[in-house]
Design a protein around this ligand. Structure first.
Ligand SMILES: C[S@@+](CC[C@H](N)C(=O)[O-])C[C@H]1O[C@@H](n2cnc3c(N)ncnc32)[C@H](O)[C@@H]1O
Length: 253
């Protein structure tokens, strides 16, 4: 928040899958209320939650909080998002949030994924089974769920890197508070990263999975047709280029 507020007079913060918008209220209170500029847009699929949060924002006079009842992948976003956050957006809703961030050039992304079932189901399919002893990692349903969830988040982090984000994966809070505790932070420093994209494509090919995130972004497994890496580009002024990245300018404010 401090970074985008230093660089943009009116940063747009999106909270995807906002529920009661508690996270949005905290961010607004801490960063936007007294800033004189900037908006927070909460996207939530359940209308009763949107209405309740809207009423609360009115009572608090949080005038630059906006609410939209919509599915994350169908919501109407302004052209430019500066920060996107998604706290426990269910299953593939986290993927939809990441797609919105990438497509709208978000400077910063912070997601804490929720439970994840899609990749575990793909691992169960014969065609998704990697060769060799790797499949032993997820023979049992319990392992498949855990491994599927882990693989999903590895792919999410790598996808962000492929689109030029510098990624940090860490824990959100103490384990006693939440088991859904993996915080994936991304800061956009390049337009794309060729090495990360190739690694991602190799991982998709080796594991045989194709999660929603990579499908929506058109990233194909290595060896498949289309979806090749973008050409190299120029570095951003504010970031040292990573040795294997293909740096480029971030989107316009
Ligand atoms: C576990 S709650 C988390 C709510 C909030 N982010 C928080 O941490 O308090 C997940 C919320 O995401 C919403 N949601 C799930 N999938 C969604 C989607 N595809 N589009 C919009 N909202 C979605 C649910 O309705 C629910 O309110």
């Amino acid at each position: 928040m401090e970074d985008v507020q230093a660089r943009h007079a009116n940063p747009l913060v999106v909270d995807a899958g906002s529920g009661n918008a508690y996270l949005g209220f905290v961010v607004y209170e801490l960063f936007l209320k007294d800033a004189g500029g900037g908006e927070l847009l909460s996207i939530e699929g359940r209308p009763e939650l949107t209405e309740r949060a809207k009423g609360r924002a009115e009572r608090l006079h949080f005038d630059r909080m906006r609410f939209q009842t919509a599915h994350i992948d169908q919501a109407e976003y302004p052209e430019r998002i500066h920060v996107l956050m998604a706290l426990h957006a269910c299953d593939t809703a986290t993927d939809d949030a990441l797609v919105a961030a990438i497509k709208h050039g978000a400077d910063h992304v912070a997601v804490v994924p929720c439970c994840q079932a899609e990749v575990a189901a793909q691992l169960k399919e014969k065609k998704a089974k990697p060769a060799g002893s790797m499949s032993l990692l997820f023979q049992h349903p319990w392992h498949r769920r855990e491994f599927g969830s882990h693989l999903t988040n590895v792919i999410r982090a790598l996808t962000l890197e492929a689109f030029g984000y510098q990624v940090t994966v860490t824990e959100l809070t103490g384990w006693e508070h939440s088991l859904k505790n993996e915080l994936i932070l991304g800061r956009r420093v390049h337009r794309d990263n060729r090495r990360a994209r190739l690694q991602l494509q190799a991982l998709l090919a080796e594991t045989g999975v194709q999660p929603r995130l990579t499908r929506l972004l058109g990233i194909t497994p290595a060896g498949a047709a289309a979806g090749g890496a973008e050409p190299d580009a120029e570095p951003t002024p504010d970031a040292a280029p990573a040795p294997d990245a293909t740096p480029a300018s971030p989107p316009e404010p």
